[in-house]
Design a protein around this ligand. Structure first.
Ligand code: NAD
Length: 233
């Protein structure tokens, strides 16, 4: 591993599956019983704010019933012990990476425990229920919404992610289907920068052909084994 210094890890819903959080496209292509278009688009929020707010309220409340699994814990260990560059980019909106102890972490699609003011743009920690019309403490507008990046909206921190991908020696994708862009394109960007690319997933993702290596299996087994090897003296 002497040639590896800078690592970028991308995680998706699959890393939290063994903690008991449903993936995006579960049975029947639904997310917790809903069509993705009905809960994850700006149009859905405009058409039926009560439904969309209630959906994320339920997801937020469910966080109290789950805990990080060995894959989250292994990435936190990597963060603690890896002396080189590291950026963990998660598409997940749960808080299991940070509860496991990861710090070099970025939520590119927002976070359940955060509220975004549609009027002034301020984001703030919001651990409780968020009914439509909640007042923004910063600007006073009744415009708080779940701080979730919907389809068609710009993910967070793309400059930082681009910078990290451009200097990555190793790119590792964990538990993501490779169906949601721009995240699905990170592997190609990392390859352009000369990084080795590794996929850890239950099944081959849509972009599997872009990876130098694919290991198939549950994240709770594959990720600790990969981290162990990487950190071995
Ligand atoms: P996805 O549901 O499209 O794909 C999940 C992938 O994980 C699949 O390829 C599946 O084979 C794999 N997988 C399932 N169980 C696994 C396991 N135990 N170990 C390893 N891999 C496993 O998820 P995605 O690609 O992250 O889709 C993106 C969107 O889903 C994101 O925008 C995210 O915000 C949203 N989402 C987040 C959460 C969460 O925060 N936990 C949950 C559902 C959806």
């Amino acid at each position: 591993m002497q040639d590896i210094r800078n690592i970028v890890v991308l995680t998706g819903a699959g890393i939290s599956a063994e903690s008991g959080i449903a993936t995006f496209r579960g049975p029947g292509g639904l997310w917790e019983g809903h069509r993705v278009e009905d809960v994850c688009t700006p149009e859905a929020l405009a058409d039926d704010p009560a439904l969309v707010h209630a959906f994320y309220d339920a997801r937020r409340a469910a966080l109290a019933r789950v805990t990080p699994n060995p894959a989250h814990l292994a990435l936190a260990r990597l963060d603690e012990e890896w002396g080189g560059g590291l950026l963990i980019v998660t598409q997940n909106v749960d808080d299991l990476h940070e509860r496991a102890g990861a710090r070099r972490l970025l939520h590119m699609h927002g976070a359940l425990q955060s509220a975004l003011c549609a009027a002034c743009g301020v984001r703030r920690r919001w651990p409780g229920a968020l009914p439509p019309g909640s007042i923004c403490p910063d600007c006073g507008a009744a415009a708080l919404r779940p701080d979730i990046v919907f389809f068609g909206e710009m993910p967070y921190a793309m400059d930082r992610i681009e910078h990290a991908l451009g200097s990555a020696d190793l790119f590792v994708s964990i538990g993501t289907s490779g169906a949601v862009y721009p995240a699905a394109g990170f592997v190609q960007r990392a390859r352009q920068a000369g990084a080795r690319t590794l996929e850890l997933n239950l099944e081959r993702s849509a972009g599997s052909a872009w990876f130098d290596e694919t290991r198939l299996g549950p994240a709770g087994t594959l990720v600790p084994a990969w981290v162990e090897t990487l950190l071995a003296p």
